[in-house]
Design a protein around this ligand. Structure first.
Ligand code: ATP
Ligand code: MG
Length: 375
């Protein structure tokens, strides 16, 4: 049996809404730990958790967890002395962090610490500046909770506490990182991937499935929608100037993603776009693409450089998958020179002339979508 104390930061600052955040947080912990969970208790900003086995790595993937301590419970101050002697090698340089969280103990935090130091100073070296180990002691629920290491979690807000987002997920580096950052701020995600099978291979689909498997470790219960846009792309290829193709593809992608958003009852669309990274990601073009939908579109990476994105992708665990080569449906039929300063009127004029056929093709794509569900 393992026991943990979890520290949170923002959840406890939420005032009147605190219970709402705590309820979602506890549910997420239950989902993540699953059958290994024995007990979970809210101790007011601190969460106490018992598990059948080591769940440290799981806890490190739950948003809202700021700190993690594996603890052992000790009944009295006298027992702590023996406990530490038994657990820690003699002569080690130690410091103590003591907190009396319940006020029903006669000594305060400082006095508890002094007492422990007095009892142990001939056994260990007390070193406040460069300790080899910090012993954390919390007094709570008429017991002492002792731990020797503090780990850091992801912090942020519990997934689901800010609503639901639809991510336009490609197989590249950016959109998985944008997904991670959105979950960090409490969005529960649903993923949409557009492909052009059989014009593009199955490898991008396999890649996207693998990416969602990793993102699902944080998202806890994901749905991935595959939409085949090949016929629509062929239609655009024959009916709009080549330099506008990317913009037409994008506008359709946004409209289709918005339909999924409506069906799920989600709140926002999310992309991995970053300003100026490629020709289609200029302010003017982003604006014209946004105009295709009424939804709010979040772009968490808008100010990120590619290196920053890849650095984060490595930490999340998606970089290894993103770097594999794949066929990108968006580059299908795209010429070398593309429009960087799209003019909305011009685009709308062209689009308006072919809007009925676009609608039919989009209806067909939406109808034939495939859904993969992750537990
Ligand atoms: P990424 O690394 O996420 O692929 P990128 O740098 O390749 O991004 P683009 O190809 O211009 O940039 O794509 C910009 C954004 O549009 C992506 O981050 C993603 O949100 C969305 N997107 C692009 N292609 C697809 C696709 N096939 N399916 C779903 N969304 C896509
Ligand atoms: Mg891409």
């Amino acid at each position: 049996m393992k026991k943990y104390l979890l520290g949170t930061s923002e959840i406890i600052l939420k005032g009147k809404n605190r219970h709402y955040f705590e309820r979602i947080f506890i549910n997420n912990l239950k989902t993540k730990i699953g059958f290994k969970l024995e007990k979970i208790e809210n101790w007011g900003g601190i969460f106490y958790l018992e598990a059948k086995e080591d769940v440290l790595e799981d806890l490190k993937k739950v948003f809202g967890v700021k700190t993690i301590k594996e603890v052992e419970e000790v009944k009295t101050l006298e027992e702590i002395i023996d406990f530490l002697k038994a657990k820690i090698e003699r002569g080690l340089r130690l410091d103590f962090e003591v907190k009396r969280s319940d006020k029903d103990y006669s000594l305060n935090s400082f006095e508890i610490k002094q007492k422990i130091i007095n009892e142990l100073k001939n056994y260990f070296v007390i070193d406040f500046k460069k300790p080899e180990r910090i012993v954390y002691i919390l007094y709570k629920k008429k017991k002492f909770w002792v731990s020797f290491e503090k780990y850091f979690g992801l912090d942020g807000l519990p997934v689901g506490s800010s609503g639901k987002g639809i991510v336009l997920l490609s197989a590249g580096f950016d959109s998985p990182v944008a997904s991670f950052l959105s979950m960090k701020r409490g969005l529960k995600l649903y993923f949409v991937h557009f492909h052009s099978y059989p014009q593009t291979g199955l490898n991008s689909l396999e890649k996207v499935k693998k990416l969602v498997r990793i993102l699902n470790e944080y998202n806890l219960g994901s749905k991935l929608f595959f939409l085949n846009i090949l016929e629509l792309q062929k239609f655009y290829f024959l009916n709009v100037p080549k330099k506008f193709l990317v913009i037409f593809y994008r506008r359709s992608m946004f409209r289709l993603a918005e339909r999924i958003k409506e069906e799920i009852g989600a709140d926002v669309l999310i992309t991995g776009e970053s300003l100026g990274q490629v020709a289609s990601q200029t302010i003017k073009n982003l604006k014209v693409i946004d105009e295709a939908v009424t939804s709010l579109v979040l772009r968490p990476l808008i100010t990120f450089n590619k290196e920053e994105i890849i650095e984060l992708a490595k930490k999340i665990g998606t970089a290894e998958i993103s770097k594999e080569p794949y066929d990108d449906c968006c580059s299908l039929f795209i010429p070398h020179r593309v429009e960087t300063r799209a003019n909305l009127e011009k685009i709308l004029k062209i689009e308006n002339e072919i809007k009925d056929r676009i609608k039919e093709l989009e209806d067909e794509i939406y109808k034939n979508k495939e859904i993969i569900v992750y537990n």
